[in-house]
Design a protein around this ligand. Structure first.
Ligand code: SAM
Ligand code: SF4
Length: 337
């Protein structure tokens, strides 16, 4: 008689949150130097020997999927800098049970890569784009590359499997009304979902303070002076609050981790490019998966580490709690945003 083997229990933390989503960083390197993320001179990059190989990423993702992860997003650093990225996408897209495979990118290399990534099985792309004004874009990213990113977006448009295309813009007090309205026009004219994201204390330079946060509610109020908006119901676990333009043309969203934390609904884990598991963007420590994996750990042993990490997932971040907030020891590009 064949005995049915029960599937492993899903990952549920001590606050009852079921973990469904995994961000995987494939490199800590980047070709941009966004003011709110990376210093002009870059950061001490990981040596290649410490980056997870594609075999290692695939093995860990398979394991996470067996534990209930349904969405994987590849990120970095700039993930498109990782050589052979379409091959990794092909391998991950073939994992049974993985329902969503997406990529967050600055868009610089998408003109060349959108086709190969779509053909390899990528399902969605988020492009980070903080201004539609060339000079402001160059100031923010320290690269004069707005046209190239817009060309990358146009290339993505050609692949229906990559729709809906999302554009994420980090908001800062210097963001002008013109910038905001230009993003609305982009959402309306190209049918991209544009999402405004609050600046978080994850810049490598450590310059963040609350005065540099432009609350999503302020941006929303500005937009409502010009457009009628209709709320869009949120998907469970979604971090964005979305609105449709009332005339039916276009959608915008707000990710407000600072002014409206969504920790109670967080269903996410993060795996850094060097194979360290983090349970919160603001974790102050890692759970090392790569060292045991390279030492020959079994799936059961790796699962035990993952379950221990999930059991310790932080209840919430403490950005708004003054001295109780401790900055994480890695910046955004070193974690995988
Ligand atoms: N390089 C890719 C990109 O920029 O899309 C992927 C990695 S980047 C670290 C992922 C996301 O983090 C981007 O949307 C970026 O704008 C965002 N980000 C970086 N630093 C941030 C910060 N201090 N606060 C809020 N978002 C930040
Ligand atoms: Fe690079 Fe993305 Fe950080 Fe900008 S936000 S410096 S593109 S990793």
């Amino acid at each position: 008689m064949v005995m049915a083997v029960a599937p492993p229990a899903p990952l549920v933390d001590q606050f009852g949150r079921t973990i469904r989503s995994l961000r995987v960083s494939v490199t800590d390197r980047c070709n941009f130097r966004c003011l709110y993320c990376m210093p002009e001179e870059g950061l001490p990059w990981l040596p290649n020997t410490r980056l997870m190989t594609f075999d290692e990423i695939e093995r860990l993702v398979r394991l996470f999927v067996s534990l209930g992860i349904r969405e994987v997003r590849l990120t970095g650093g700039e993930p498109t800098l990782r050589a052979g990225l379409p091959e990794l996408i092909r391998r991950l897209a073939a994992i049974p049970g993985l329902e969503d495979l997406s990529l967050t990118t600055n868009g610089f290399l998408l003109k060349k890569l959108a086709g190969p990534l779509a053909e390899a099985g990528l399902r969605r792309v988020n492009v980070s784009l903080d201004s539609l004004d060339r000079a402001r874009f160059a100031q923010l990213t320290r690269r004069d590359a707005l046209d190239r990113v817009l060309e990358g977006l146009r290339e993505v448009e050609k692949y229906p499997t990559l729709w809906p295309i999302k554009v994420n813009a980090v908001t800062m007090p210097e963001m002008s009304e013109e910038d905001i309205l230009a993003f609305c026009e982009l959402a309306r004219s190209r049918a991209y979902v544009v999402r405004f994201l609050e600046y978080m204390p994850l810049d490598a330079a450590g310059n963040w303070d609350l005065s540099q946060v432009l609350p999503g509610a302020t941006v929303l109020a500005i937009i409502r002076r010009y457009y009628a908006l209709v709320p869009v119901p949120s998907r469970p676990g979604s971090t964005a609050r979305c609105w449709r333009f009332a005339d039916g043309r276009g959608e915008i969203g707000f990710i407000n981790p600072v002014t409206e934390p969504f920790c109670a609904e967080c269903n996410r884990l993060r795996l850094t490019a060097d194979g360290q598991l983090r349970t919160c963007l603001f974790s102050t420590g890692d759970w090392d998966l790569l060292t045991p994996l390279r030492a020959g750990a079994s799936d059961g042993e790796l699962t035990a580490i993952i379950r221990a990490a999930v059991a310790h997932k932080e209840k919430k971040h403490r950005i708004n709690e003054g001295a109780a907030f401790v900055r994480p020891n890695r910046s955004m590009s070193q974690i995988g945003g």
